[in-house]
Design a protein around this ligand. Sequence first.
Ligand SMILES: [Fe+2]
Length: 187
Amino acid sequence: MEGAINTIAKIVETKDPYTSGHQQRVSKLAETIARKMKLPQEKIEGIRISSLVHDVGKISVPAEILNKPIKLTEIEFNLIKDHSQAGYDILKSIKFPWPIEKIVLQHHERLDGSGYPRGLKGEDIIIEARIIGVADVVEAMSSHRPYRPALGVDAALEEISKNKGILYDPEAVDICIKLVREKGFEF
Ligand SMILES: [Fe+2]
């Protein structure tokens, strides 16, 4: 299972160098948050594994868009948004012991229904996806992207704290901030 997951991760990372490392760092942070939230072991494992492939759907986005060095147009951004559904479609046929395809599908859903692809709200978004959603934003904002320099950890923590309970799971946000600020968590 681990080998299959690593292979899937490698395929998308080959196409999108910015996904390389991103999925692993999100996995480490999301797993640590889940552990501190005292989720059952099998959910923690599901979070760790699905984070490692959460952006696999980017394989279906043209490389010129993924690596575009300037701000994306709305149409291009919509193509990127398709990666949640594309990831679901890629993963759904493998029988994993965790709901990986569902977690991947929902990792950009937000508590207030403003996320994608379904606009799910609150607890309709599974906890695994709510945790990865927080870890994903923090890692992405802390890192450099083709179209912008890194915004930094401070800006990332500010974003999740400002939108705690609005976009992001409040408990996951509190734990994430504590991990980075007080426990010196590093990716
Ligand atoms: Fe994503």
